[in-house]
Write a protein that binds this ligand. Sequence first.
Ligand code: ATP
Ligand code: ZN
Length: 286
Amino acid sequence: MSTKLKIAIQKSGRLYDDSVKLLKDCGIGLKNGVNKLKTEADNFPMEIYFLRDDDIPQYVEDAVADIGIVGENVLFEKNKKVEVVEVLGFGKCRLSVAVGRGENYDGVGYLNGKRIATTYPSLVREFLRKNNVNAEIHEISGSVEIAPGIGLAHAIVDLVSSGSTLFMNGLKEVETVLSSQAVLVQNPALDSPRRMILEKFLFRVRSVKKARNNKYILLNAPNEKLSEIIALLPGMKSPTVLPLAEAGWSSVHSVLNEDDFWDIIERLKAAGAQGILVVPIEKMVI
Ligand code: ATP
Ligand code: ZN
């Protein structure tokens, strides 16, 4: 049997959809149902294991899986011997300290002598040590946000994205312990056939990531404005300029980064660009 790279992804939950989408965008389809422990990839030498996210670092350290997709929050809490190969740009959240909304919070010193409920004891211990705070860590396995309300703790450390769960429980976010996103991790001792498959996979992942951050832009410009408009476009090399059927006009094509996107569009319009089209890029191989 030929070598396959084993990847562990979350079985269900917040990372599942984006993990499967990343594989799909890399041209890796999943065979039949996903309601099992593992499945084969359609057209890539890969096997996909569906696991609880908390177990992924351990499975990758033990080489049950060769690589895995997991949140940095879980990765750093578990502290297993795995290597981060690529940050993936999804699953973004913060691990934050929250206290009762009515509390007079005046800095980390507030936490001295307090009781903090969390499912992330190692990360909290490290945070307290760095900030010279002496507090009691109370590890619980879930529903951390209700701990202050029922008198179990004075503060909590939990994952936050919008903050609405905190709000509904009468809490306010006061410190960030860690900003987290999903990462691709690998077992450090992959053999060379597996390393080669990983390289191939990574090449695709990077192309997909690049494409997600960039848009293809097409616009029409009067020829006398061309040089001004071209100066606004960063492009991969230089933009493509084609004559339009209407004399005196050209069509300009280029690639724009998501970060400065709106800013550049506004300046293009102001410079005389018309009929601006912005199109998603599926893959970007450079
Ligand atoms: P499992 O059953 O796999 O243990 P879980 O309940 O621990 O699932 P989820 O709530 O699905 O986990 O979250 C998985 C990961 O998604 C988190 O560890 C974190 O990296 C990321 N995440 C992104 N946004 C949030 C958020 N708002 N709240 C919690 N986790 C988030
Ligand atoms: Zn979990």
